[in-house]
Design a protein around this ligand. Structure first.
Ligand SMILES: Nc1ncnc2c1ncn2[C@@H]1O[C@H](COP(=O)(O)OP(=O)(O)OP(=O)(O)O)[C@@H](O)[C@H]1O
Ligand SMILES: [Mg+2]
Length: 258
């Protein structure tokens, strides 16, 4: 049994994609440990393996070799059903493109994962979905359709949907890749609040300025972890928002001043 305070432990996690005769080594023996309460930003060049790693950690895809302990449990030994079950229980996933159902209200989108809650862990789905939307600041938008919401609001709905199952980890692959600076900082402010409330977060971002909202940066290169460090001068998204709104200045200016 792994130490349960380690939410994520990987041992030599490897992923090889077979494309006809070509083999792509997307992940090469990754050893990564994430403790409960951390907020990790994964960075690295395009093609370095960030999304592949997220998909393994989020139980969306299985590795070619190596072990993955999630909340102390080796998930590689599970069969397909158990694997899907553990994903539903433990992981909340947020994508760059929001992935909301179009003709479905915010509230219904957030309720959706609870339909797969086979063991009825969440007793009152409707109530749980409402409180998840309240948590992300969308109390007054529950009955809106996705196309009646801004990009930032749509991503909040997606975050509420990820939270409604009460996961151990929130995983986000470039969550602000489709958003402008103001909406991006608002999402990071929400992430910082959720993280303070105890949720472990692992996210991918291309922007170093945004990575500085996390507590730790893991930098990938060619399927390896190249560097892994704790952020010393962590940015506060709420403070950046106040400044951004006060002088209406470009984010670049905020980043230069700090
Ligand atoms: N389904 C797949 N089949 C074959 N090769 C893949 C597949 N998914 C990813 N790859 C390859 O694995 C490597 C890592 O890809 P990955 O998507 O993890 O990179 P990334 O760091 O997320 O890049 P980006 O910043 O562009 O999103 C790349 O060489 C990519 O071409
Ligand atoms: Mg990617």
């Amino acid at each position: 049994m792994e130490n349960v305070e380690n939410v994520i432990v990987t041992k030599n996690l490897t992923k090889v994609y077979q494309m006809g005769v070509v083999r792509v080594h997307a992940l090469k023996e990754i050893n990564l440990t994430v403790q409960r309460g951390e907020f990790v930003a994964i960075m690295g060049a395009s093609g370095s393996g960030k999304s592949t790693l997220m998909n393994m950690l989020g139980c969306l895809d299985q590795p070619t070799s190596g072990d993955y302990f999630l909340d102390g449990k080796n998930v590689n030994s599970l069969d397909k059903n158990e694997y899907a079950e553990i994903r539903n229980q433990k992981i909340g996933f947020v994508f760059q493109g929001f992935n909301l159902l179009a003709r479905t209200t915010a509230l219904e989108n957030v309720e959706l994962p609870l339909m797969y809650d086979r063991y009825n862990r969440i007793k009152e789905p409707h109530k749980a979905a409402k409180s998840a939307l309240e948590r992300v600041g969308l109390t007054d938008r529950m009955n809106h359709l996705p196309n009646q919401l801004s990009g930032g609001q749509q991503q909040r709905v997606a975050i509420a949907r990820a939270l409604v199952t009460q996961p151990s980890i929130l995983m986000a692959d470039e969550p602000t890749g489709n958003l402008d600076s103001l909406n991006s900082i608002e999402i990071f402010s929400l992430f910082q609040t959720l993280n303070q409330e105890g949720i472990t977060i692992v996210m991918v971002t291309h922007e170093r300025d945004f990575a500085d909202y996390a507590t730790r940066i893991v930098e990938m290169r060619d399927g390896h972890i190249r560097r892994d460090w704790i952020i010393q001068n962590r940015r506060n998204a709420q403070a950046d928002l106040v400044q951004y709104k006060a002088n209406g200045s470009a984010t670049e200016e905020i980043y230069e001043q700090n």
